[in-house]
Design a protein around this ligand. Structure first.
Ligand code: PRT
Ligand code: MG
Length: 224
């Protein structure tokens, strides 16, 4: 059956990023009876078919998932809490913590830097991060003055070359920090990925979405 024969309100688009989110979402999709027919690591296609002619997956940058879903270009998606906090969550319904791609948001510094003393003495800290909103709120709540330096990648490099005193980044095993002689000095929050649904799609496509959301909910609660 070609997708053109399926009415628009019965067609769903799911936005995912390549890598850990795609991989960790596959078992949840399987639980809903959906199999993605192409591998984004080997295919150059950005729109992937599934065994269900009414469901397609689009591959976007992790930080772009909330934007595609907000504007309804995708009906639903999977995004980390770190990404959702920076986006703000406007236009998004966030019904399920999928408990996948888990990590934590932390402050890290050069191994030789005395963070506690700097904070206690009221020093103004230069903090490099991709997560400007989260970092701003964290340091404001502690009453620490910071100059935030926005980066788009490899935050770990910033303290090594004197761009910043500290970084705010997500950490999972901690091996990247260790390999670069950085020390985690504070955990800001635990992070996992959430299912996000376009608010209009939730109403207009409820019949199609509901069974998938329920399967995701069941499969993700089994994982924890
Ligand atoms: O890579 P890109 O710039 O496109 O975007 P992204 O890094 O946001 O996407 P992706 O696919 O790498 O991550 C998607 C989501 O996975 C993030 O939004 C987080 O919620 C979650 N996640 C879980 C992680 C990690 N674990 C993680 N370890 N995201 C990034 N990392 C980075 C970490 O910052 C470090 O630089 O991976 C590196 C290795 O981590 P360690 O601690 O295991 O060494
Ligand atoms: Mg990455």
């Amino acid at each position: 059956m070609s997708t053109s024969t399926i009415p628009a309100k019965r067609q769903l688009i799911l936005a995912l990023s390549k890598g850990r989110i795609f991989e960790d979402t596959m078992p949840l999709l399987e639980a809903a009876g959906i199999t993605v027919l192409e591998n984004p690591e080997t295919s150059r296609k950005l729109i992937l078919d599934t065994n269900d002619p009414g469901v397609r997956v689009i591959i976007v940058r992790a930080s772009d998932v909330p934007t595609y879903v907000q504007y309804g270009a995708a009906d639903f998606g999977v995004a980390g809490k770190d990404v959702l906090l920076e986006h703000g969550g406007e236009g998004l319904y966030q019904p399920i913590d999928l408990k996948i791609a888990s990590c934590r948001m932390s402050v890290a510094v050069n191994a030789g830097f005395d963070y506690e003393t700097a904070v206690r003495q009221g020093a103004r800290l230069r903090v490099a991060t991709k997560f400007v909103q989260t970092a701003r709120e964290h340091f404001a709540a502690k009453g620490v003055h910071v100059d935030l330096i926005k980066l788009y990648g490899s935050m770990e490099l910033a303290p090594l070359v004197g761009l910043s005193d500290a970084i705010v980044d997500v950490v999972s095993t901690g091996s990247t920090l260790r390999a670069n002689n950085l020390v985690e000095v504070e955990t800001i929050m635990e992070i996992s990925s959430r299912l996000v649904v376009n608010q209009a799609a939730l109403k207009l496509k409820r019949e199609r979405l509901q069974p998938i959301l329920e399967a995701f909910e069941r499969a993700s609660s089994k994982q924890s």
